[in-house]
Ligand binder design. Sequence first.
Ligand code: HEM
Length: 461
Amino acid sequence: MGTSHPFPAQASRPARVPLRRMLPALVRDPARALIDAGNRTGGRLARINLGSFRPYLVTHPDHVQHVLRERAENYERAGDGLFWRPVKRLFGEGILGEGQIWSASRRMLQPMFTAKRVESMIDGMAEAISDAVDELDAPSRVGRPVDIGSEQARIVCRAIMKVLFADKISVPDAMRVVDAQDAIASAVIPRIVVPFAPLSLPMPGDRTFRRAVRIVDEVLVPIVRESRATAEEGDDVISTLWRARTDDGRQLDEQQVRNDTVAMFAATTETTINVLTWLWPHLDEHPEVADRLYEEINRVVGDEPVRREHLGELRYTRMVLDELLRLYPIGWLIPRRAVAADVVGGVEIEAGATVVASPLITQRMSAFWDRPDEFDPERFRPEQVRARHRYAHFPFGGGPHQCLGMYLFYLEAQLIVATMLSRYRFRLRQPGVPGLRLAAALRPRRRVELTLTGTAASAAA
Ligand code: HEM
């Protein structure tokens, strides 16, 4: 798709999305209902009617680019915005917020995630992933099924705790935090669905939320505290945060370092764990994709451990990851608040209005994608990517808040996929692709269980 897409640039009234009338569809399958609503707008700016709360929905890639990048200074990620309130209760002010504290955190953390720094982590990550995958040998030998979501959680935690948290958080403790995050992601759904409900009004999920936040704090706060004394020496996330300074030279306080540690923990774990869970059912449904993936991994990696120099050659693996991120963009909702009035696609937006972009909706709209619900990695051949609008596929957002972990994600996910597929073939226990659960971050609706068998190469090794 190019910028010449025939959408009515001069429409002066937003399309309407009467969510209340869509209630039955929303209850049945909220993700589908939102994608269908996006499709009905055809790319026109729309207004979602939630009664007293009426956010604008931007779906056209030109409009997404306008809000996230070109006029980013006018669209702030307001911590007191209604959509942000539920997650802000967990993360507080910091890297996932806006303003001075965000910019201090971003300035300090960004250098940790440049291509060069992330490449220097590959060997450590590859080793940790390989050791963690070894533990799948036992179930594979006796044909015992595994819950691949929790196995991936273990693999990701082992790699990330080593390269980003200097093993300050043990893998069992990290798994407790991952489980608590999982509970939190579901517990906040009622507050995301009814964003205008006051915090003083008890809602379902509140108690689970509080209990889970307590677990997160029990594990992470003592480590944050202990790291302060040695902050000058370490290049892990927590030490780096202790060295951060705001524009006026202040050190972040313990609460702020805690907030960013919790946010970085979530950003580096649940994203990768969840998106990879969908890989297996799609490979099961598309044996031709699985064959190409096995062929590439076999040719590039063979029966060696996966190494840094293999990654650049795993081009098809990368296309498969991009297609997974198109269908399952874990950060599915990107809300902003308009600082001053603006006009987008000919529609006037008033100052203070909430404006929402959603990679999930845009990336599945038939106006911008051919056969949008079909899994087809060919869409990510380089020539196809070049021909498409940059903001037709934006799983990592864009502009000043663009995801810090994009490069890390691709390398880590390539390592995990190549390590697992070079060692095992798999069989799903229950065929079919799990639906989408719209939590604070996107999750599969059910667990995916697999039986693994070792490949000839792994048996010989
Ligand atoms: C599947 C993988 C991932 C996806 C789909 C994803 C998605 C996103 C999206 C959509 C945003 C933009 C939020 C906004 O504009 O309001 C974001 C921001 C962010 N992501 Fe990721 N992310 C992923 C993995 C990671 C990883 C591995 C890290 C580790 C460093 C990370 C760290 C961050 C941070 C720190 C921000 C906030 C940046 C800022 O506001 O300055 N993410 N991510």
